[in-house]
Design a binder for this molecule. Structure first.
Ligand code: HEC
Ligand code: HEC
Ligand code: HEC
Length: 109
């Protein structure tokens, strides 16, 4: 009777150890796995999440060069956990950063 419970306890202990070391090995191995392509610092690219946006715009025959080249951050600021549109500049000023006012005729009244 006494011996039986000890044996049961022992095997239960063995099971716990086995499971724990299996999980440990899993965590260890996954930490060795090749890092997925990410920008240094662990940040994702905009298009990694905005796949719908990317599919839609990059498939278009003509799209803005800056968009095509994936230079999203020339116009947008990164949003954090609150996902909303934050542009670097307001209104037309956004465009003037790359397109001088005079060149696109916006200097005329
Ligand atoms: C970790 C995933 C993730 C990354 C990386 C990410 N976004 Fe988002 N973003 C979201 C989600 C989720 C939303 C909210 C749902 C939606 O509108 O698609 C959102 C919303 C937005 C919106 C507002 C859309 C609207 O209709 O108002 C803009 C603009 C935007 N993201 C731009 C960017 C840009 C530019 C980058 C890169 C600098 C970026 N996001 C990187 C997940 C991400
Ligand atoms: C030349 C400047 C510019 C570039 C480059 C640019 N955007 Fe935008 N984007 C805008 C403007 C302007 C809006 C409209 C914002 C508004 O109406 O508040 C917009 C809107 C968006 C929206 C919300 C509207 C929608 O159609 O879903 C998303 C998402 C977005 N941009 C993602 C991106 C991503 C991803 C990239 C890079 C591949 C990118 N943008 C590059 C200027 C730009
Ligand atoms: C990050 C830089 C950048 C910003 C910001 C930017 N553009 Fe552009 N845009 C370009 C580049 C690069 C080209 C292609 C080269 C060229 O033809 O000058 C271009 C081309 C264009 C063209 C086609 C012109 C042509 O001669 O073929 C239009 C129209 C245009 N942009 C409008 C806008 C508007 C509107 C905004 C503001 C929402 C804006 N751009 C903001 C970089 C930018």
């Amino acid at each position: 009777m006494e011996v039986e419970t000890i044996r049961q306890r022992k095997s239960a202990y063995c099971l716990v150890v086995a499971v724990a070391s299996f999980l440990g090995a899993l965590v260890y191995l996954s930490s060795c796995a090749p890092a997925t392509e990410r920008k240094p610092g662990g940040r994702k690219n905009c298009a990694d999440c905005h796949t719908k946006f990317a599919d839609k715009y990059l498939a278009m025959k003509s799209s803005h060069t800056a968009v095509k080249e994936g230079k999203c951050e020339d116009c947008h600021l990164r949003h954090g956990l609150v996902p909303k549109s934050i542009l670097k500049r307001q209104g037309n000023d956004l465009c003037y950063a790359c397109h001088p006012r005079e060149k696109i005729g916006m200097d005329k009244p």
